[in-house]
Design a protein around this ligand. Sequence first.
Ligand SMILES: Nc1ncnc2c1ncn2[C@@H]1O[C@H](COP(=O)(O)OP(=O)(O)O)[C@@H](O)[C@H]1O
Ligand SMILES: [Mg+2]
Length: 290
Amino acid sequence: MNNDNQILKVRDLIVDFPIFGGIMQKKVDAVHAVRKVSFDLFKGETLGIVGESGSGKSTLGNSILNVLKLTAPDVHIDGEIFLNINDVSVDILNLEKSKMKQYRKHIQMIFQDPYSSLNPRMLVKDIVKESLDINSILTESQKMEKVFWLLDKVGLSSEQSSRYPHEFSGGQRQRIGIARALATEPEIIIADEPVSALDVSIQAQIINLMMDLQKEFKLSILFIAHDLSVVKHISDRVGVMNLGELVEINKTSDIFNNPMHSYTKELLRAIPEPDPEGREERKKSRLSIK
Ligand SMILES: Nc1ncnc2c1ncn2[C@@H]1O[C@H](COP(=O)(O)OP(=O)(O)O)[C@@H](O)[C@H]1O
Ligand SMILES: [Mg+2]
């Protein structure tokens, strides 16, 4: 792909979480959650990020929106994250918080747990409208029109918009989360295990929906999952994380047919196969994917 086509350029990203100990609760050590990770996200592509639980995937995703600085005290983040919007490249990692705000709308997140990420006391239409209230100059009726349009895009009716999140199934809640994410017309979606909490039968529906929306809105998606088989169909390229490092990144077909790194090969062996022999192999494998 053309080098000018990067929407995001991550360079030498390091994230350390402090470990406190002793009576004084001083910093005694650090968890090196992300260790010098560099990659590009191209316009309109889906980049899958896979790796076992604890390999640093969520930390990577969260650091892009600088969420970590807001949630974890004393977290140490280093490196550069360039966001390229309208031919202007800005290092959003090293921006002041006050300046971050104007870039938030370009990048939205979809979370694993659609149960806890939606405010249970808000109606669905208000959940989707919330970011329009912050970000847009639309009138109230224009906002509502946009909310219904967004809900329709994710397969929910306007009647359903006057209900609360608990009245919906897991898959439907994830649809609500996606509608909310799309409200600010983002260029980039960071989806952190968006289907991991869903039944397998529902997973494919949500993945197909995301693929349709990506085409329609020309989204660039960072699709995080612990399971390689989940990212196979949606990803143009796949990056493999192990112990905080990005050990391999390549076209999806190459990752599956010609993996270079031993850890990628191990992850591939852990994917369930229909034949009994494959199942035996998996039992023997020391890798447990939850
Ligand atoms: N807020 C935090 N404070 C301290 N350690 C954290 C925090 N978030 C994540 N970690 C640690 O960083 C490492 C990577 O975690 P995470 O990014 O959640 O991995 P993944 O999403 O791949 O499961 C783990 O060792 C985890 O315990
Ligand atoms: Mg995670």
